[in-house]
Design a protein around this ligand. Sequence first.
Ligand SMILES: [Zn+2]
Length: 361
Amino acid sequence: MSIPHLQGKAQTVLGLVSPDDLGITLPHEHCLIDMSIWFDVPRTVTGKQIAREPLSLDNLWYVRYHPYSNLDNVQLLDEKVAIEELMRYRLSGGRTVVDMTNVGLGRDPLALARISRATGLHIVMGAGYYVEDSLPPGLTMNEDDIARDIVRDIMEGVDGTGIRAGLIGEIGIMGWPLTESERTFLRAGAIAQKETGGFINIHTGRSPNSPFEVVEFLDRAGADVTRVVMSHIDRTLFFHEDRVRLARTGCMLEYDLFAWEGWMPESVRMVYSEDDPTRRADLPNDAARVDHLVALINDGFVNQLLVSHDHNSKTRLCRYGGPGYAHLLDNVVPIMRRKGMSLEQIDTIMVQSPKRLLTFV
Ligand SMILES: [Zn+2]
């Protein structure tokens, strides 16, 4: 099997492509995912009853508010559903989807290749391990071993399929301060970045201190911070000054929970003692997200912003009454325009910045 010459190219599940072909890109989604590591059995009797029921109109009222407390909801396993849902994005003008599902979240390279062929979308696959729990038995927490596996995902392909990843991540950071294993994951990401020229995506911890600690750690580990994406800014940094402070480090700020409006679930598995309990339920709506982006653009950071949905559960799909993958294009771009963003700025955020990141250096 030949080693791909990555420099100057983007790598999708169907092979190398010219970055100019990527077009409108969703930089953080999940076409298929098994998020049962986050499944959280509720303490209430009603909750326990619903937890293992299939998602339906009878329990949607509950699951919409407690998305991690229904096992069926946190699993997107049906390729046909994925194709149908992603086709809406394609028909709205989308060209590329970055699928962050990696080891620990049920990554399936062959399924992604089929979905890419069926929809005509470019799909870029993630690499590496999501969190410590997802390490295969026998693999030690050694940064060189983990880095070697990430590099193999990108250079040779995943599990003998020959289907190669196009980025490093998402690397799951759970809390603040960093644990020893999280430091190892981050060092491994930095090593893999140096070897492949890919970009790193971080699932940042819930504490507002987390993204700062991670970016500083990666910088010291030798990573190229301008090619590091900090995901989930919407639920992590609640003040403009903090967002500016993070942008000044040079990393990318990703608003990737679009269409998730109003609250974060207070499930046991999702909350860590190191965060600010008064802000656990905080989440801006889409209009406020756009306000945050406009303020960052006005302060000169248009080149460091990304937008996506991070769809990872059934309630977020159209067939279950959710917003679907076309939501940003259909519903948010008009809000961006009304709030004064230029077409050029929207193009920078939705086309040019993902293209820069996806292009191996
Ligand atoms: Zn994600």
